[in-house]
Design a protein around this ligand. Structure first.
Ligand code: NAD
Length: 280
C-alpha cells in the first residue's frame, strides 16, 4: 500500500487527507468502526459533540494505544455552545468523552448567522488553541462572507472549512475561494450518502471497470485528486477497509473533468445560511 496522503494546513499542522466520518453511528457501533479503521490504516477520525458518540470514539482510541501524535482527531462545537465563554466548557466535555488532552482540529459546526455569535466563538477558539487544548482551529459550513468576517475581525484564518461536497454538489466556487485563502476544504457527505444515483452513473461505473475499483473508491479518489480532505462514513468493516483502499491508483485530468460534469448543484443537507438547529 502506498503511504497515505497528507495536507499541510495553514498553521503548519499535518492532516491525513482521508479519514473516517462517524455521523449517525451510536457509541457501540462507533467503537468497532474506529477499531476497524485504525487497523486498516486510517489515522483521522471526524466526530462532533452533536453525534453523541465521542465517548465511543474515545474508547476505541484508548483501546488501540497508538502513539497520540499518529492520530488526528476532529470534533465540532455545536450551535447552542457559541459565545465567548461556552466553547471552553463544550470543548472540555468533548475532551473528557474522547479521553484526550487535546483535539487535533476543532471546528465551529455551523455559522448560525441569525445567532450572530460566530465571531466571538472564533475568538474563544483562538484562546483555547493558545491554551494547548486544540492543535488547529477551523470552521464547517461557513460561506466566504462568514470567513471574511472572521479574517477582518481577528486576522486569524481557519485552517479548514468542512462543507457538503460530492459529485452532485461540487462547490467549485467555495473550494476555490478557500484555496485562494489557503484554507483546506474538507468534503462532508463525500459519497452523497451512498445514494442519489452517483454509484450507478455511467461515468463512475466506466472508471470503476477501468481501474478494477468500486464506485465508492472512484468517488473517494476523485476527492483526493482534487486536493480535498475527505471523510467517508461507514460502520461496515468491509466498506471501511474498501474506502481506505484507494491509495494505489489516481484519476487523470481528463477523468476528473468527466466527473466534474456530474455536478447538478444538488444539496443533500441543510443550507448554512438558514440552519439553526439547537438554538430554537
Ligand atoms: P457519506 O457520503 O460518507 O455516505 C455514507 C453512507 O454511504 C454510508 O452510510 C453507507 O450507506 C454508504 N457507503 C459508505 N461506504 C460505502 C461503500 N464502500 N460502498 C457503498 N456504500 C457505501 O455520508 P455522511 O456520513 O453524511 O458524511 C461523511 C461524514 O462527514 C460524516 O460521517 C460526518 O463525520 C461528516 N459530516 C459533517 C457534517 C457537517 O455539518 N460538518 C454534515 C454531515 C456529515
Amino acid at each position: 500500500m502506498t503511504q497515505q496522503p497528507h495536507i499541510k494546513l495553514n498553521d503548519g499542522q499535518i492532516m491525513p487527507q482521508l479519514g473516517l466520518g462517524v455521523w449517525q453511528a451510536d457509541n457501540k457501533q462507533v467503537i468497532s468502526a474506529v477499531e476497524t479503521a485504525l487497523d486498516a490504516g486510517y489515522r483521522a477520525i471526524d466526530t462532533a459533540a452533536i453525534y453523541e458518540n465521542e465517548e465511543g470514539v474515545g474508547s476505541a482510541l484508548h483501546n488501540a494505544s497508538l502513539p497520540r501524535e499518529e492520530l488526528f482527531i476532529t470534533t465540532k462545537l455545536w450551535n447552542n455552545r457559541h459565545g465567548s465563554q461556552a466553547p471552553q466548557q463544550a470543548l472540555e466535555e468533548s475532551l473528557i468523552k474522547l479521553k484526550l488532552d487535546y483535539v487535533d482540529l476543532y471546528l465551529i459546526h455551523w455559522p448560525v448567522p441569525q445567532q450572530g455569535k460566530f465571531v466571538e466563538t472564533w475568538k474563544a477558539l483562538i484562546k483555547l488553541k493558545e491554551q494547548g487544548l486544540i492543535k488547529s482551529i477551523g470552521v464547517s459550513n461557513f460561506n466566504s462572507s462568514h470567513i471574511q468576517k472572521l479574517l477582518d475581525e481577528t486576522g486569524v484564518s481557519p485552517t479548514v472549512n468542512q462543507i457538503e461536497l460530492h459529485p452532485l454538489f461540487q462547490q467549485r466556487q467555495m473550494h476555490s475561494w478557500n484555496a485562494t485563502h489557503h484554507i483546506a476544504t474538507e468534503s462532508w457527505s463525500p459519497l452523497a450518502q451512498g445514494g442519489d444515483g452517483v454509484f450507478d452513473h455511467a461515468i463512475i461505473t466506466a472508471l470503476s471497470i477501468k481501474y478494477g475499483k468500486t464506485p465508492a473508491q472512484i468517488v473517494i479518489r476523485w476527492h483526493l485528486d482534487n486536493g480535498l480532505l475527505v471523510i467517508p462514513k461507514s460502520v461496515t468493516p468491509a466498506r471501511i477497509r474498501e474506502n481506505f483502499n484507494v491509495l494505489d491508483f489516481r484519476l487523470d485530468k481528463d477523468e476528473l473533468g468527466k466527473i466534474a460534469t456530474l455536478d447538478i448543484s444538488k444539496r443533500l443537507g441543510p443550507d448554512p445560511e438558514t440552519f439553526k438547529l439547537g438554538i430554537d
